[in-house]
Design a binder for this molecule. Structure first.
Ligand SMILES: [Zn+2]
Length: 458
């Protein structure tokens, strides 16, 4: 018999269904890994194999993170990279990342996923684009499966080093044939195209300034021959635009189109400097955007025109981005920053709390090209998170607990259910020993900093 799970008595269940229903005294009945019924508690089955009393909790669909570099959890607040813009920041970090190894990738992925899960995220993408020493994408995929997170593993790559006019040092770039071969191996080994899949592989050359036009084009052909999604960085700041104009005589959006990188199976990180023609073209082709407001502020890249993109019909999700450019990777916090930053740029009605929550759930699902996550309704994957309301952060805000999630200080979850399994219970991760992981992570971060002679700021 398939196991059942009942979540009942919720103060409110935010469904994100077609009517955007918010159900007071709500309940959810799950069979196996799929949601079977949603409604007011009295109308649902009264028992199940496992029952969670969600009294005093706001229950939402698990949040979806569409852009990250989890290995960067090892290089938070590196002194030389604290105060630069993108290109300066990258050139200070590449030499440190050149010393990464397989264990570092595995442990930093566990750390980053723990932080995300505790902040309400149940599905994440990760863009690993640097493979020095014995690093492999397999290290991240194993970590996701251990912790129990739904995972879109993006096989990143860099192939144009400094000697060929690119930004990264030659010693961290790979041969293009080897990149394509390894990407194909990963798709064949790990990609699961089925509904409710926990593991998907994404084809993801790093950025226009670190790979060739040929690799972009060949990667698109490879991805489409297997029906997998494609992801890269695009139009992050003004230097990024200048590079594209100088090298390719195109805007980043034109370059993406020229390489075959538009469509519902493609999403681009940042797009802070996407022009109006680009916004229109993305909307027309269903090309997605991962909006990373904290990282954009940290690197002073600008304010992405998210209101304009959403109005035009561009699929938009949120991303915390790597921990070297957003040293606090909190998914609910990212939704809050998305709301606040749009207001700074475009006025107080540019984004509401509920719109920010929608980008973090349904928006992310669409960007990852999925129709089985992002909402609590029958037939969807059982990815459900619960926030406890009797905390200092929400004191005085209980007249609108849904908006409070986004307006108030970002809170951690009390429960998280991923694919029908309870991964966080009473605020604690159930699948790994978090204090042990943090201890090992800090040791590895220190080894990495020492290996490259990183010291404190004077
Ligand atoms: Zn990034």
């Amino acid at each position: 018999m398939t196991k059942t799970l009942l979540i009942k008595n919720a103060r409110v269940v935010v469904t994100m269904d077609e009517q955007r229903r918010e159900i007071d005294n709500g309940a959810i009945f799950v069979r196996g890994n799929v949601i079977e019924q949603v409604g007011p508690t009295p109308e649902l089955p009264q028992t199940a194999d496992e029952v969670i009393d969600a009294s005093g909790h706001v229950v939402t669909p698990g949040l979806v993170n569409t852009h990250h570099h989890m290995y960067q959890s090892l290089t938070r607040v590196i002194p030389a990279a604290q105060n630069g813009e993108l290109f300066n920041w990258l050139t200070n970090l590449y030499p440190i990342w050149a010393n990464l190894n397989s264990e570092m990738v595995h442990v930093s992925t566990l750390t980053a996923m723990s932080e995300l899960i505790l902040s309400g995220c149940t599905t994440s993408s990760d863009h690993l684009y640097i493979y020095p020493n014995d690093c492999k994408l397999d290290d991240s995929i194993e970590a996701a499966s251990k912790i129990g997170m739904r995972f879109h593993a993006a096989r990143g790559a860099m192939s144009v080093g400094q000697s060929k006019g690119g930004l990264p040092p030659d010693r961290v770039v790979e041969d293009e044939k080897a990149i394509l071969k390894d990407t194909q191996r990963l798709i064949e080994t790990y990609h699961d195209a089925n509904r409710h899949a926990m593991q998907r592989v994404v084809v993801a050359p790093c950025s226009p300034f670190s790979v060739s036009q040929d690799l972009m084009k060949e990667a698109a052909v490879l991805a489409r021959s297997y029906g997998v999604s494609m992801h890269t960085h695009l139009a992050e700041n003004v230097n990024d635009i200048a590079y594209s104009r100088e090298k390719f005589n195109m805007t980043p959006a034109e370059y993406a189109e020229d390489c075959g990188w538009v469509g519902h199976d493609v999403w681009h990180a940042h797009c802070v400097q996407l022009d109006d023609d680009g916004v229109y073209m993305f909307a027309k082709t269903g090309t997605g955007v991962a909006h990373c407001p904290c990282s954009n502020m940290r690197l002073a890249s600008g304010i992405a025109p998210i209101r304009k993109m959403v109005d035009a019909g561009v699929p938009v999700g949120l991303g915390v981005d790597g921990c070297a450019s957003n040293d606090g990777a909190h998914m609910l916090g990212e939704a809050r920053q998305a709301m606040l930053l749009q207001r700074v740029g475009f006025g107080p009605d540019a984004m509401t709390a509920r719109q920010a929550l929608e980008l973090a759930t349904l928006g992310g699902a669409k960007v990852l090209n999925r129709d089985d996550i992002g909402a609590i309704k029958p037939g969807m994957s059982a990815d459900i998170v619960m926030f406890k309301l009797d905390q200092i952060a929400f004191a005085g805000a209980l007249h609108d607990p849904v908006a409070a999630l986004v307006f108030c200080t970002p809170s951690n979850v009390n429960y998280s259910v991923i694919n029908g399994k309870i991964v966080v219970k009473d605020g604690l991760l159930q699948t790994i020993d978090l204090p042990l992981v943090i201890e090992r992570h800090n040791q590895l971060a220190s080894d990495l900093a020492l290996a490259t002679g990183t010291r404190k700021v004077a």
